[in-house]
Design a protein around this ligand. Structure first.
Ligand code: 0L1
Ligand code: MG
Length: 263
């Protein structure tokens, strides 16, 4: 069930997209629409996706967010959220990220997969995801909530495409069978100093549980994850604020290092 009509959904998607493109923050949308429900939130995200496609952008991956206990605690929420990433958000490993295009970026280290078979919920679990995984690849997500001071609730953040902003995929892909994603260690360094570390199990006990939840979430909407989909399972640590001049390197056990500079 939803409470917003189509024109309100479109208007809110346009408002959030304008905030992103102009790099200016807005107050969370539930302040004006306190009765908004989950369907409304995902409908606004869907409308945002339509705006991106209308500009000629391609959706190149799916993401789960707020999947680690550290992030849930940091943001004061109790359940994950799902969104998408588009081609214009991708930056090369070792490359520059332009801060003038962003509001208040933060980085998070993510264990990602690419699927080789479709995944459709309900009933998807970690083993279904294992069977459908082509390979594992490391990435760093740059999140940039369009909401003032990163202050939001879950519905507002879903509408804002889960703060998706930029992402950097590392160069080394590995077979899942060679890895234990639960014990895979991740060390996040900013300007040469270790600022955060965790193991894969920080994400819902097993990072692939985030993919199963995503498949079940889409299944409830009659959708599936197609074969060949890049999926980010969510930050293993809390998100770390960055600014112009910062360098970030994330060392993933068995998966290599992903780095970037904020300019
Ligand atoms: O990818 C994420 O975990 C972001 C989820 C949205 C909440 C946030 O902006 O931290
Ligand atoms: Mg993330």
């Amino acid at each position: 069930m939803s409470t917003l009509d189509k024109s309100e959904v479109t208007r809110l998607a346009e408002l959030l997209e304008a905030a992103e493109l102009q790099a200016r923050d807005v107050t969370k949308i539930t302040d004006d629409y306190p009765g908004m429900d989950w369907d409304d939130a995902y409908a606004i995200q869907e409308a945002l996706r339509g705006l991106k496609e209308g500009r000629g952008h391609k959706i190149v991956g799916l993401k789960a967010g707020l999947t680690s206990f550290a992030k849930m605690k940091q943001m004061g929420v109790t359940s994950p959220v799902f969104g998408f990433v588009a081609d214009y958000m991708a930056r090369p490993d070792g490359g520059d990220i332009e801060t003038s295009q962003l509001i208040h970026p933060k980085v998070e280290a993510e264990i990602c997969i690419v699927t080789k078979a479709p995944l459709k919920g309900p009933g998807c679990h970690v083993a279904s995801v294992m069977a459908a995984t082509d390979f594992v690849v490391p990435a760093v997500e740059v999140i940039d909530s369009r909401y003032r001071d990163f202050k939001f609730d879950l519905k507002s953040v879903i509408a804002d495409n889960t703060s998706a902003s930029r992402f950097v995929i590392g160069g080394r892909m590995r077979d899942l069978a060679e890895l234990d994603l639960r014990t895979l260690g991740v060390v996040l360094e900013k300007n040469g100093e270790v600022v955060s570390m965790a193991a894969g199990a920080a994400v819902l006990g097993h990072p692939l549980a985030a993919v199963a939840m995503l498949a079940n979430h889409l299944g409830a909407r009659g959708q599936e994850i197609p074969a060949g989909t890049f999926i980010m399972t969510g930050g293993v640590t809390e998100a770390i604020a960055v600014e112009k001049g910062d360098s970030v390197a994330v060392r993933f056990q068995d998966l290599g290092t992903v780095s970037m500079r904020f300019v």
